[in-house]
Design a protein around this ligand. Structure first.
Ligand code: 13P
Length: 303
């Protein structure tokens, strides 16, 4: 379908249906460009909670759209691709978290936002990569179950003193594709470049980097830094805003394999079809939604 036709139709349908589109920083450039808000998981959760439109089209993966529904139960939340999931979020079930909790009865349960609504519902508080350190610091318990990302858990354990962090052994398959060889190669090719990575990368990659942050924190850092060259250790989607914001700076992806197939399932055409056919609607059973909302709201109060 013709690109300008799709853009005009999306604009028209958004007005007609009183809809907005939220897009994660990992979305393809053309989907970011038609979005009302583009951001990291934290910014998008906050935006979803405050949106005044009747319909939210969430251009991201399922757990993100689910979080929007949890925070805005009276809105219709649609996701353009019903298959856009997150293997990291799927790596732990509520039953597995229950078992972990019963082994550590005095511990607080913190779940990364990359988790199902059921896991959020039985956690004490949620966090995103931008506020995980603050969330864990805010807890009164010394023992903390941190699920499902073991790399983010390791990063938090490094930053927060006086807490015993017990991680779940999950990880992001996209970030796990970065090898030390990739890091050595890109650093040799661009010795002056600053290395910016997401906390979902492995410990050995994180330890050799200059800055660790969420997707939006990486984007902000590149804009504010006096450096002109950057090696990026997260999904390719972030390069779009970075290049737009900094036309005179140079960005190199740490590995060509940093492409999340799930994030790339959304296209201009699927956003158009989503608005046209009002599909696919995201729902969360009310008993689970209420409990999950509590974990998300607690997180939103922290930052
Ligand atoms: P951010 O919260 O940094 O946007 O990351 C979301 C995510 O899913 C990373 O893989």
């Amino acid at each position: 379908m013709d690109r300008s036709f799709l853009i005009n139709e999306i604009k028209r349908l958004k007005t007609e249906r009183n809809a907005c589109t939220l897009a994660h920083n990992y979305q393809v450039p053309e989907v970011q460009d038609i979005a009302d808000i583009v951001g990291d998981s934290f910014a998008l959760s906050r935006a979803a909670a405050k949106m005044d439109k009747e319909i939210i089209v969430f251009c991201g993966v399922r757990f993100m759209a689910e979080s929007a529904k949890i925070l805005s139960p009276d809105k219709k939340v649609l996701i353009p691709s019903k298959y856009a999931g997150c293997p990291l979020a799927d790596s732990i079930t509520a039953k597995q978290l229950e078992a972990m909790k019963s082994k550590h009865p005095g511990a607080a349960a913190v779940c990364y936002v990359n988790s199902s609504a059921e896991v959020k519902a039985i956690s004490d508080i949620c966090c995103t990569s931008s506020n995980a350190v603050k969330v864990v610091e805010s807890l009164k318990e010394d023992e903390v179950l941190f699920v499902p990302d073991e790399n983010l858990a390791g990063y938090v354990a490094e930053k927060v003193s006086g807490k015993h962090i017990i991680p779940w052994p999950g990880h992001c398959i996209t970030h796990a594709r970065i090898t030390v060889k990739d890091l050595v190669k890109t650093s040799k090719e661009h010795p002056e470049a600053e290395i910016l990575v997401h906390p979902e990368v492995s410990e050995e990659i994180r330890e050799s980097s200059d800055f660790v942050g969420s997707t939006s924190q990486i984007i902000d850092h590149a804009r504010k830094s006096s450096n002109t060259e950057f090696i990026i250790g997260t999904e390719i989607g972030v390069l779009h805003k970075m290049k737009k914001d900094n036309p005179d700076k140079k960005f190199y992806l740490m590995s060509p394999r940093l492409v999340c197939e799930n994030m790339k399932m959304t296209s201009l055409e699927s956003v158009y079809r989503c608005l046209l056919n009002m599909e696919y609607e995201v729902s969360v059973p009310e008993n689970i939604r209420k409990k999950a909302e509590n974990s998300l709201e607690k997180m939103l109060c922290i930052e």
